[in-house]
Design a binder for this molecule. Structure first.
Ligand SMILES: [Zn+2]
Ligand SMILES: [Zn+2]
Length: 332
C-alpha cells in the first residue's frame, strides 16, 4: 500500500507515531501507537483487515523498520487485537497482554461465539426483546471476521515495566471495560496510552461478564475503581484507542466519574417511575435506540442499564426479584 497519507501518520514527538485510521462510527477512528528506537513496539493492533495491515507495514517501512519487538494489547476487543496475529507473523513481534484477556485473544471468533450464546441465554431475564437480541447476536459472525486468534507470548498482570522504543512503559491494570484492560504509562513525560479506559469525548461501556466473573455480571464497579486509580498518577496527556489526545486528564477523569454518578441517579429515577426490567430502564436512559433497527447500540444500552441497576442494588437503593423468568427491579 503506497497511499498512506500524512494525516494517518502523526508524530507525537520524535520517537512515537500515532497511526490514526478513520472509521464511519461515533468512535471516529482507531489509534495505534508506534514506538521507534531500540525496541520497536506497537500499542494496540487494530482490527483484522488487509488494508490496515498495509497501512501498518507501510508505516514501519517509512520509519525505516522491518521488525517489531513487541505488540502491547490494551484489551481483548477485536478493534484492538484483531490484526495482532498477522503483524506478529510479519514482524516477528512478541505479543503482550493481560493474562485475563488470553481467552478472547487466543481463541478470537470461537470465544466470541460462546459469549454471544451466553448473552442470548440472558436476554429473557433482561426483558430484552427476542428479535432485537437475535439480530444483534447474529453480528457475532461479522465481528469474528475482523479478528484472527493470536498467541499471547507475554502474559502481564499489571505492575510490570516493559520496553517500547527507547522508553519504558508501566502496565497499569485498569479493569472494567474488560477484566484485563491495561493502560500503559510512560512516567518520564507522564504519557498514558489509555486504550478504551479513558477517551476524550465518550465513556466506555462496562463489560457484561457472561458467565459471571468472580460472582459479578458487570464491570462497572471495577471501571469506576480504575478511574479512581488513575487519580494517583501524574498524567500530562492521555492517548486513547479512539479519538484525540486528552490534555486535561485529571478533569476528564472527574467528568467521567460525575457522569456515572448522574447516570446512577437517572437509573434510580427510572426505576422509581415504573421501569421494571433492565430493558425498560435502558430505553429510559437511552431513548434514542427505541425506534432504531436493532444494532449494537441496543446491546450497549442494555449493558449500561444493567451495570447501574446492579450497583444500585448493592447500595440497597433498589431490590431485584429474580424469582420469575424476567428480573424485576423496584425501589425500596
Ligand atoms: Zn474496547
Ligand atoms: Zn475500542
Amino acid at each position: 500500500m503506497n497511499g498512506v497519507g500524512a494525516d494517518i501518520l502523526q508524530p507525537l514527538g520524535a520517537d512515537i507515531i500515532r497511526i490514526e485510521i478513520p472509521i464511519q462510527h461515533e468512535l471516529k477512528n482507531f489509534n495505534l501507537y508506534l514506538f521507534l528506537g531500540e525496541h520497536p513496539a506497537l500499542v494496540d493492533a487494530g482490527p483484522y483487515h488487509p488494508l490496515l495491515e498495509g497501512v501498518v507495514m507501510e508505516s514501519l517501512r517509512r520509519a525505516g523498520m522491518k521488525e517489531l519487538e513487541f505488540i502491547y494489547i490494551t484489551h481483548s476487543h477485536i478493534d484492538h487485537f484483531g490484526l495482532a496475529a498477522r503483524l506478529r507473523s510479519l514482524t516477528g513481534a512478541a505479543v503482550a497482554a493481560h493474562h485475563y484477556e488470553k481467552p478472547r485473544i487466543q481463541r478470537a471468533g470461537a470465544r466470541l461465539e460462546e459469549e454471544y450464546r451466553c448473552y442470548s441465554s440472558l436476554s429473557e431475564r433482561m426483558g430484552f426483546p427476542r428479535e432485537v437480541a437475535e439480530a444483534i447476536y447474529s453480528l457475532a459472525q461479522v465481528w469474528t471476521s475482523l479478528s484472527e486468534p493470536c498467541p499471547v507470548d507475554i502474559p502481564l498482570r499489571g505492575g510490570e515495566t516493559v520496553r517500547a522504543g527507547d522508553r519504558e512503559l508501566e502496565a497499569l491494570h485498569t479493569p472494567g471495560h474488560t477484566a484485563g484492560h491495561l493502560c500503559f504509562l510512560e512516567r518520564q513525560e507522564g504519557l498514558l496510552f489509555s486504550g478504551d479506559h479513558l477517551m476524550r469525548s465518550i465513556t466506555p461501556n462496562p463489560e457484561l461478564y457472561c458467565p459471571p466473573w468472580r460472582g459479578e455480571m458487570t464491570g462497572l464497579p471495577q471501571f469506576l475503581a480504575s478511574l479512581e486509580l488513575l487519580r494517583g498518577y501524574d498524567i500530562k496527556a492521555a492517548f486513547p484507542g479512539h479519538g484525540k489526545a486528552i490534555r486535561k486528564t485529571a478533569r476528564r477523569i472527574e467528568m467521567n466519574l460525575l457522569h456515572h454518578r448522574k447516570r446512577l441517579e437517572k437509573t434510580l429515577e427510572a426505576v422509581d417511575s415504573g421501569c421494571v426490567t433492565v430493558w425498560e430502564t435502558a430505553l429510559r436512559l437511552f431513548p434514542q435506540v427505541r425506534d432504531k433497527r436493532p444494532q449494537v447500540d441496543h446491546f450497549l444500552a442494555m449493558k449500561e442499564a444493567l451495570g447501574h441497576l446492579l450497583i444500585l442494588e448493592k447500595e440497597g437503593m433498589v431490590c431485584c426479584d429474580r424469582s420469575g423468568e424476567v428480573w424485576r427491579f423496584f425501589t425500596r
